[in-house]
Design a protein around this ligand. Structure first.
Ligand SMILES: [Zn+2]
Length: 269
């Protein structure tokens, strides 16, 4: 990931600090002019002719969101020139990529935006200051990179440096989850939220961010028999459209063992 197209582009401009990532200047350098205006049918779009393009971004959205949309459209300009793409809200921002796979145009544009706004070569040295992942860390890094909480949380979990996982729920159940390679794949979150979880309360009740991570039995999130032996931390924050995103962090090393050690222990007795 360190040599992605987005990062090569940033390096070509000599960018080494988060505050120097000027997306409009990068778009301009690629022949694309950026306009912010009200858009009814979509959140962003690009209209290209030859080697010139106009990127339109809905000015009614939050600044971090507009920034991600701009990165996403620059990705389309690089990878999908000549195709007509109208990018609706649900197609920008990390969700489409998980649903449709990393090779779909929306997934490619999202990954490009993520690498452009939160480039690993600038982010990795900063992450050395963080031993554990929590929403406070996500918020600090999001502010530094002018990125959304969601885009930042996804990037940090993807970094594979933390024993953590992201799970997104809507009122109809789980929408997607992101588990890094360092977390064993037997930890597959349940479809529906457990009524005991704080996330359940956030989704169907308060709709507010939890003030701090809370400890909860792992069996509220995972239906494996061994889950009842463990506790994890959950920390939920609301997303637009009545969705919530929960950061689960694992502090019990036994959960991170590739094998289900509780089972081998029982068999051994
Ligand atoms: Zn798109």
């Amino acid at each position: 990931m360190s040599n992605s197209a987005a990062e090569k582009l940033l390096k070509a401009y000599g960018i080494v600090r988060p505050e120097d990532i000027d997306l409009e200047a990068i778009a301009w350098g690629l022949g694309a002019k950026v306009k912010y205006r009200p858009l009814k049918c979509c959140e962003a779009r690009i209209c290209g002719h030859g080697d010139r393009a106009i990127i339109s971004i809905d000015n009614g959205k939050l600044p971090q969101r507009r920034r991600f949309s701009l990165g996403h459209e620059i990705g389309h300009w690089i990878y999908h020139r000549g195709q007509l793409l109208i990018c609706r809200s649900e197609e920008i921002g990390g969700f489409a990529g998980f649903r449709r796979g990393p090779v779909s145009p929306e997934g490619v544009a999202d990954q490009f935006a993520s690498d452009l706004i939160l480039p690993s070569y600038i982010l990795t040295p900063i992450l050395k200051d963080y031993r554990t992942l929590n929403l406070k860390a996500v918020k600090e890094i999001a502010t530094t990179f002018k990125a959304s909480m969601t885009a930042t949380a996804i990037k940090l979990v993807q970094s594979n440096r933390f024993h953590a996982m992201l799970v997104c729920h809507g009122t109809l159940g789980r929408e997607w989850f992101l588990r890094p390679p360092c977390v064993p794949d037997r930890w597959f979150p349940q479809d529906d939220l457990d009524r005991e979880s704080y996330a359940f309360e956030a989704l169907f009740g308060s709709k507010v961010e939890q003030s701090h991570p809370r400890k909860i039995g792992a069996d509220a999130w995972f239906d494996r028999a061994e889950a009842k032996n463990y506790e994890i931390f959950e920390h939920t924050f609301p997303l637009p459209n009545d969705k919530i995103l929960t950061l689960l962090t694992f502090t019990d090393e036994n959960m991170m063992d590739e094998r289900d050690t509780s089972r081998s222990f029982r068999r051994g007795r």
